[in-house]
Design a protein around this ligand. Structure first.
Ligand code: ADP
Ligand code: MG
Length: 479
């Protein structure tokens, strides 16, 4: 059965995909979110070949790591979830940016099994009404230990949201701060702040019952309650908490029934003087597909956004995390990561964790050279997508030659050397192959490009001022 050959997926592709989703969810549950994100999230199902499941990973390093650390478990789970499977085959397959687009990771982060959690009412909490059962065990998942105010690094982009979170943690349900609505892009710290509030409340006021859940879990629970005609129990349980946190509210959009229920829960809690904390990827006014009355209530307290990180904030976060890693992470490496991985803190953290694990595993220090080797997939995905055109233009400008010389056949040193520099930089700064680069330089052969790369490397090694020149060009291009 060859999955690549036809346009149509085989008849049981849907079933295989569902089984694979279960395998991933179970793995995630077993190893925990952090390990899962660092090592397993990038697995993709290639298909089924006879009795083997084909799974690909973007780099050899990841493939080997998964094979050595999770191979047996992965096989057992596939055997358990997928009929007729005996073995698992791990392959290396580079993925383009598109294949690991944020949509995938977002959806996955939003739909993990058992990620929602309910902090149990402490023993001293008032008993629930007779009609309700105690909070069910499957709602009880511990808060993430790492997500506290202590570990949250504050900078310009998040200082307002952080201050609001602190305030709510100190005195919940104060007028003006209820509900607290936190919003911002993926991986900017919304969940971290919510857990921090929960930890802090738990510490200071152990009697409060705090419920935290993802909007998806809310929906899932509600639908399950509807099906089993248990909505009363659902309502009573939710309305008995002192603090309700609902993460990633955008997932309620378009789910009319659930939205309605959420709206009523929301009103009941606010009216009863309970604190509500919501997160979403957009401000209430920009969330399309929610009812106006809910939108109005969501904006009725305080709305705080987490802005995209700045280089300074990313560097501070890395410094803090590197400090706790037990491995020396050179400042240069931190700077490189902070510059390259700009879109979200989660990826930044993942990159650092992987470097640290790599260093511990092989007992080798982290250096600027190990970074591209260990993080090629992450760096590629965060590549600024420099084009060969950009490089040619900048290099031509720098050496004061005409842009057309980049593709010309002239071999005079005055144009040939800059052309080689441009080829060298194209190899270093883009993911284009040698033949592709050659084509863009007047249809030259890939061996010409290879020669240029070697020549420039050699010249740089022997001539510091030339090396400095090329490094400067590179920096300008990377800015
Ligand atoms: P979101 O919920 O906004 O998608 P998370 O709260 O899950 O993002 O944050 C993603 C990761 O980045 C978490 O591991 C979190 O600890 C970390 N992180 C985000 N912002 C900060 C910060 N300011 N300081 C320390 N860690 C942060
Ligand atoms: Mg989150």
């Amino acid at each position: 059965m060859d999955q690549d050959s036809g346009e149509l997926p085989p008849p049981n592709a849907g079933k295989t995909a569902a089984s694979w989703a279960r395998v991933r969810a179970r793995l995630r549950q077993e190893v925990g979110d952090v390990e899962y994100r660092n090592w397993l999230r990038q697995m993709t199902l290639g298909g089924v070949d006879g009795e083997a499941v084909l799974i690909s990973l973007p780099t050899r390093f990841l493939r080997d790591w998964v094979r050595d650390h999770y191979g047996d478990r992965l096989r057992l789970m596939c055997q358990a979830e997928m009929a007729g499977i005996r073995t698992v085959e791990l392959r290396v397959q580079a993925v383009g940016v598109a294949a690991r687009a944020p949509v995938e990771s977002e959806a996955e982060d939003a739909a993990p099994l058992g990620e929602s959690l309910m902090v149990a009412p402490a023993p001293a909490a008032p008993p629930m009404t007779a009609a309700s059962e105690p909070v069910r065990n499957d709602w009880l998942v511990p808060l993430d230990q790492r997500f506290t105010f202590d570990t949250f690094v504050v900078g310009k982009p998040n200082e307002f949201a952080h201050a609001c979170a602190r305030r709510v943690a100190e005195s919940p349900a104060q007028a003006g701060f209820n509900p607290l609505f936190l919003y911002g892009g993926v991986g900017l710290g919304k969940t971290h702040l919510m857990h921090s509030i929960a930890w802090s409340l738990r510490e200071q006021e152990p009697d409060l019952s705090v419920a935290y859940m993802s909007a998806e879990k809310f929906m899932y629970r509600f639908i399950a309650a509807l099906r089993s005609h248990n909505t009363m129990e659902f309502k009573t349980q939710l309305r008995s908490v002192h603090v309700l946190m609902v993460d990633d509210l955008q997932f309620l959009i378009g789910k009319d029934n659930t939205q309605e229920e959420f709206f009523h829960t929301f009103n009941a809690l606010i009216d009863a003087g309970k604190q509500i904390i919501i997160s979403a990827d957009k401000a209430p006014n920009d969330l399309s597909g929610i009812e106006d009355r809910l939108r109005t209530r969501l904006s009725g307290g305080i709305v705080a956004d987490l802005h995209a990180t700045t280089y300074e904030l990313r560097l501070s976060i890395l410094q803090a995390k590197a400090h706790n890693s037990g491995v020396e992470v050179p400042a240069r490496v931190q700077e490189l990561l902070a510059r390259k991985i700009a879109s979200n803190v989660r990826d930044l953290e993942g990159a650092l964790n992987r470097l640290v694990a790599h260093a511990k595993l092989f007992g080798r220090p982290i250096t600027l050279d190990t970074v591209p080797e260990v993080l090629s997939d992450i760096l590629r995905a965060h590549d600024k997508r420099l084009s060969i055109d950009d490089i040619q233009r900048k290099v031509a400008e720098h050496y004061n030659i005409r842009l057309t010389e980049m593709a010309s056949a002239r071999r005079a040193r005055a144009v040939a050397r800059p052309r080689q520099v441009a080829m060298y930089l194209a190899k270093q700064l883009t993911s284009r192959s040698l033949p592709e680069i050659g084509r863009r330089f007047g249809n030259r052969d890939h061996t010409t490009v290879l020669h240029a790369v070697n020549k420039i490397t050699e010249l740089m090694a022997g001539d510091p001022s030339f090396a400095e020149d090329v490094t400067l060009l590179r920096k300008m291009l990377e800015m």
